[in-house]
Design a protein around this ligand. Structure first.
Ligand SMILES: [Zn+2]
Ligand SMILES: [Zn+2]
Ligand SMILES: [Zn+2]
Length: 267
């Protein structure tokens, strides 16, 4: 692997939700250059190719692990709490979406993955929906998941809902019917992240194959060059071999030229 000569990435410089150091998972990082998730192996960000043959400059960057898993977890929870507090204080005066352009298709969301778009659209809806916040079954999240990310979106939403259900069983606040933004936020995020991780693994496999096939291609090119070099000199080599095999008739020792001087020559 060609290690990048560009400056290293320090994990503490990243937003905690752009880092994944969960126990038992391969550490991953959202590459700041191409904004997609990639694994960290041997303190290097796995090389990746956003377009075939075009290596991202975040590839094989050195990663400085300047925070512990605990510090990262704490930063993640803090960020979640702040977002929860912001959301509950917020006043909602929904601006009318511009005609002909659905809100979820606006430019800043254009580069997001379909699943992330679905997650955010659902979160926006739930912050504002009486049915959802009342714990009743609302049709909108499913509709949003489907429209933003299709079948994968529905599957991810299903997992998110199951994660919430699991959390509610274990959480005292939730059991007492108290609103628990933290538990909800975490459960929801975790389920969606799982799905994103599946995408990461799939992409890694594809990129590994790409790298391998590139290496195979290089080996093949070298072998072909060697073969053509050989073809070019083959006739000369064979002739030389033939001549070497012949000895002057009647001579035991064909070596009758003058000896090479072994003594240093002085002038
Ligand atoms: Zn990248
Ligand atoms: Zn709703
Ligand atoms: Zn809870």
């Amino acid at each position: 692997m060609r290690v990048s000569k560009l400056p290293p990435y320090r994990l503490s410089d990243f937003r905690p939700q752009h880092v994944n150091l969960r126990d038992g998972e391969v550490p991953t990082l959202r590459c700041p250059e191409c904004e997609s998730w990639h694994s960290i192996k041997r303190s290097l960000l796995t090389p990746h190719y956003p377009q075939p043959g075009k290596r991202c400059s975040g590839s094989a960057r050195h990663i400085v692990f300047d925070m512990t898993v605990e510090q990262w977890g704490a930063a993640l929870v803090e960020g979640g709490l702040e977002a929860g507090a912001r959301r509950s204080k917020q006043q909602f005066h929904k601006p009318a979406p511009p005609a002909g352009q659905p809100v979820h298709r606006m430019s800043h969301t254009a580069q997001m993955s379909p699943l992330e778009r679905a997650r955010q659209a659902i979160a926006r809806h739930q912050a504002d929906c009486k049915i959802c916040s009342g714990g009743k079954r609302c049709r909108m999240p499913r509709i949003l998941a489907q429209s933003e990310a299709g079948r994968a979106g529905l599957a991810a939403l299903e997992r998110a809902l199951q994660a919430v259900a699991r959390h509610r069983v274990a959480c005292a606040d939730c059991k007492n019917g108290q609103f628990c933004p933290m538990g909800f936020e975490l459960a929801e995020r975790m389920a969606w992240t799982e799905q994103t991780r599946e995408d990461v693994v799939r992409r890694q496999v594809r990129e590994q194959r790409e790298e391998q096939s590139r290496e195979r291609g290089r080996d093949r090119r070298i072998a072909l060059r060697r073969a053509s070099d050989w073809r070019r000199v083959e006739r000369d080599v064979r002739r030389t071999d033939r001549e070497r095999a012949q000895r002057p008739a009647g001579a035991d020792c064909p070596n009758d030229h003058t000896n090479v001087p072994l003594e240093p020559i002085r002038f």
